[in-house]
Design a protein around this ligand. Sequence first.
Ligand code: AMP
Length: 552
Amino acid sequence: MSAFQQLGIEAQLLQAISELEYSTPTEIQEKAIPVLLDQEHDLIALAQTGTGKTAAFGLPILQNIQLDKPFTQALIIAPTRELCLQITSDLNKFARHLRGVRILAVYGGSSISAQIKELRQNVHIVVATPGRLMDLMDRQSVKINQVKIVILDEADEMLNMGFREDMESILAHTPAEKKTALFSATMSPEIREIAGRFLHHPKELVAGKKNLMQPNITHQYAVVQAKDKVIALKRIVDFHADFYGIVFCNTKIETQQISDILLKDGYAADCLHGDLEQRQRDKVMSKFRHKSVKVLFATDVAARGIDVKNLTHIIHFHLPDDIENYTHRSGRTARAGQKGFSIVLLHIKEAYKLHRIERMANLKFERYSIPKAEEVYQARIVNFIEQITNDVDETKLTPVKNEWVWPLMQMDKEKLVEIILRSEMKKFNTNYLSMPDINVEEKLSSGNSHYDRSGESRGRGGSRRRTESSSPSKKSNNVRLHINLGRKDNLKYDEIREEIFKLTKVSGRVIRDIDMKNTYSYFMTDPESSSKLLHCKNLKYKGREIQIKKPD
Ligand code: AMP
């Protein structure tokens, strides 16, 4: 009897997962499957991406679906469209030997009428983002009043994204006697509160902090000046000939700008962020999957749910503030048992954050030296030669006529080699080799410490010098705020600015980088305006209370 069989999984599903080469259940699967198969308990599961949680809830759901009953019996709510699509694709793989099960992903940014049409065809399992599901409920196009099970996947992320009200409203529209399971990477008081209100005597389980693939990830950091980060990135990509990875940036503007720079310099780069239309995102993802894009720039939110295997590298253009984002990001490399590298590009001011991540995630970062120009150059030439020598597959050679290659045949062999190499070397401009080393190791370190854990750094002479900027308390010039006005309010970017001004008398000129979502938006401002905005009370827009707050 296989281990999955012992957990109660039935034949058709067993066959599918054995074809997917899942031989042993992961910790979360072992713990959650029996709870979800038996109809009695609700469930709170602390589990991160990469732990196998999709199968942990997906297999019991599929097993309990009554295929002859043509209505929605299971509802899975997830924060992003990418995650919805990923879950749906995984469920379809698990269900490949179940006849007639219908699973539909519904999410924003894609035609609602097409989704409504699909929903008319009796869908057994709906996988939805909260905003789009609310829209569909308002239009009475989705019926969730007979669901037997509701899964809240990445519940903490949904709260972070401001979906709290939507989640509550959705749950309130489901039948009282259903089963509810909440999956979250963290257990915040807010999650506890939601669980307390909507879950009945839930079983709680924790599936280790570790990601399924984590042992294969090498965590590294490089210290460079902020202005050298793009050069550092290029050198990493140039040096590792097989580079295939995601570069995480903090803002969509940054993903676009750096991706444009790399593209202009001839790299196979592209970017994925929330402003892209559905079609554009699919196109980028398809190129990335097929490796015609090898360097994908993404924000954390846009990258959720991307399940591309065999990534060699994850690059953090900045360190994220929280550990969950770091684990989510780095968990995308080293999938399918491969080795992977997670490299943080750190500038001196960010050094203190690294220690925080190390402590919280219980991992150790190794120092990574950005390859020097001559090392990159050498690696490229060696790689070029390796490629030529490995690629000699006679069957694939296009026949050439003797008279064409005759002039080459006449040449001295060494001369010919030099000419071939020269063509590769030309890709580097003439002053490439004189480019300086951009590692700033010496400026930061004294003795063995490459970065200072107390937020102080040492000068060259060994004297301790407080670097104001590396202290966590140092104020940044940008503050990110959250406002509960968004696309649903039919506001354009300038109109949001105008509304903020009308409500608070804070000038629209200081409201920057508005990141508009369905029911809320983020924006950046300066510290002074931020404190004014945060002090504004009793704001009303069309009779609704408007809150400006720091993001949760
Ligand atoms: P998830 O956390 O659901 O996103 O799963 C992470 C990765 O682990 C996916 O690529 C799954 O296909 C894979 N996976 C899930 N369960 C197992 C298992 N029991 N054995 C091997 N791989 C698995």
